[in-house]
Ligand binder design. Structure first.
Ligand code: G4P
Length: 526
């Protein structure tokens, strides 16, 4: 198979949802269809057990388990599907944001009872930054949920994306009958089954066919006729290009736990989801079909065992063919680097991999050379863009507890930040170091790991910041002037970029009004 065929065969995507909407369950059903697992219950949820919600050691252990399921590769109808897992715990939201930079599309799971929830809104914002195509799966139709029209309106409103239903439910909850596929014009009847794969589809080309009344009963059949008429009237025809440009999200209804509606989703997914897309470096657009290999690191998972201090760096292949043992250029260090134990992840298994193609994810064992955002190439300079840092929500100052171990503390902090555990901001005045995170758990993680791995001790002192804003201006003089006048609130991020530390929303607004020439960004790339 040549490179072109390998690319055409691949689909790399992530499933996102608010915790509990059914991401793990849907993942498992997709793997069952792909034959990657044999029985339900085989996929370990990366969700953190309720009793462990604030016990980060327990969480790390569970995260350790979920490394194996970070990437799940499987084949379905000759398509190689790479499903990237995203952490369920909201304290690890940064991990999810970064994972989304390595996918070409997304399936979003929404609970029909709860509707669009806050985590989904945040994740959708990240998708919108890159116009990632989204398919929506409205789950748990076996429960009494919200009215499907209301759900669609809510998605459009809260997620700021147009929707186009491609299937439609016939009732819900106890009286749930099934879904009508508007695209294929076929009916799938609901039968609760947690384990088997049900896929009986009944062709109903004409909704006036009396067979429909026999199958679901006259009143439900009439309701469906009305609904379909309304949908066809209200929503424009589905245009796959609108989906590919991230403008319209096709919507499916189903029940993941009952394996219902999942096959329709998967069949449509492989038909319409984008194959590996081009990626932008600082200099140019890199196309997947280019001969020469290139890729970037989007995730690093550290080994918590101090006896084995290696980490796994996850690379997304962007172009050409990745080959094991071949030296590649590590662009940031401008040095060659070679990997003898590149790993591919296939559902629950991992195996040594000899070559990988655009869209594939390769796990590389690393002793500390790689960091998030690093680019590997066959010699070309230029770093891939699109792996921004997002403004954290909680800030604490690092207080060194052992002056004899200052070097260790610095080294440890830097390495942990490179893994993406948290973000470090160093104030221009007094070099005070402030760690910013999305969740509180990271502070415990950092403290423990600094002690265990670097023999450094620190404490955290809370700081009252609202946001870290990356600042820029077309007018260098104005920027210099701003930095001078706000010097007590100016820090640098890990890459030395200027950051304004805003204490409150109102104050930030005031500063923004007073300095119209200064741009304030909530992500590090703009
Ligand atoms: P997550 O990864 O998005 O956090 O969600 P997960 O798949 O773990 O699902 C959360 C809960 O919702 C699970 O119940 C799961 O069984 C249930 N669920 C998933 N899909 C459906 C569905 O279509 N209908 C209904 N009624 N429930 C669904 P749990 O009680 O937490 O676990 P379990 O004991 O049932 O496995």
């Amino acid at each position: 198979m040549n490179l072109q065929e390998q690319i055409a065969k691949r689909r790399t995507f992530g499933i996102i949802s608010h915790p509990d909407a059914g991401k793990t369950t849907l993942t498992e059903k997709l793997l069952l269809f792909g034959g990657a697992i044999k029985t339900a219950g085989a996929v370990k949820s990366n969700k953190i057990d309720t009793h462990a919600k604030s016990d980060w050691m327990e969480i790390e252990k569970q995260r350790g388990i979920s490394v194996a399921t970070s990437v799940m590769g499987f084949e379905y109808k000759d398509i190689k599907i790479n499903l990237l897992d995203t952490p369920g715990h909201q304290d690890f939201a940064e991990d999810t944001y970064r994972t989304l930079t390595a996918v070409d599309s997304v399936i979003m799971v929404i609970d029909c009872v709860k509707g669009v929830e806050i985590q989904t809104e945040k994740l959708m914002e990240v998708c919108r930054m890159r116009n990632t195509p989204v398919i929506c799966f409205i789950n748990k139709l076996d429960r009494e949920g919200q009215d499907p029209y209301d759900l669609l309106d809510e998605v459009e409103e809260k997620l700021n994306i147009k929707v186009r239903p491609l299937s439609w439910p016939i009732s819900m909850g106890k009286t749930f009958k099934g879904v009508y596929n508007l695209y294929e014009k076929s009916l799938t009847l609901f039968q609760a089954s947690r384990r088997q794969v049900l896929d009986e589809q009944i062709q109903i080309k004409d909704l006036n066919d009396p067979k429909l009344d026999q199958l679901v009963g006259k009143s439900y059949a009439d309701q469906l006729r009305e609904d379909v008429e309304l949908i066809e009237g209200v929503y424009p025809d589905f245009d796959v290009n609108d989906y590919l440009e991230g403008k319209v999200a096709p919507v499916f209804f189903g029940s993941a736990v009952n394996n219902f509606g999942v096959r329709e989703l998967l069949d449509t997914f492989i038909r319409i989801a984008p194959k590996p897309k081009s990626r932008q470096t600082e200099e140019r657009e890199v196309k997947p079909e280019e001969d020469k290999f290139s890729g970037f690191v989007f995730k690093i998972h550290a080994n918590m065992d101090p006896k084995h201090r290696n980490r796994i760096a996850f690379i997304r292949v962007c172009s050409g063919t990745f080959e094991r043992n071949k030296p590649y250029l590590h662009v940031r260090n401008n040095k060659p680097i070679r990997f003898s134990n590149a790993t591919a992840f296939m559902a629950q298994d991992k195996e040594i991999l000899d070559e990988a193609f655009p869209g594939d994810i390769v796990g590389l064992y690393d002793t500390g050379n790689l960091k998030i955002g690093d680019t590997l190439t066959e010699g070309e300079q230029g770093t891939f863009k699109g792996i921004p840092s997002f403004s954290p929500e909680i800030f604490k100052e690092v207080i060194n507890k052992d002056a004899m171990k200052t070097k260790q503390l610095e080294k440890g902090l830097n390495q942990l930040m490179e893994e993406g555990v948290a973000q470090l901001f160093t104030f221009e005045v007094g070099s005070r170091k402030v760690v910013g995170t999305v969740g509180v758990l990271q502070f415990e993680v950092i403290q423990f790991r600094l002690k265990a791995e670097y023999n450094a001790s620190c404490e955290f002192s809370p700081m009252n910041f609202y946001k870290a804003c990356w600042i820029a201006s077309k007018d260098k003089k104005q920027l210099d002037e701003f930095v001078r006048s706000k010097y007590r609130h100016i820090a640098r991020d890990k890459d030395g970029k200027l950051v304004f530390m805003a204490e409150s929303k109102a104050w930030l607004q005031m500063v923004q009004d007073n300095y119209p020439e200064i741009e304030f960004h909530f992500t590090s790339e703009f």
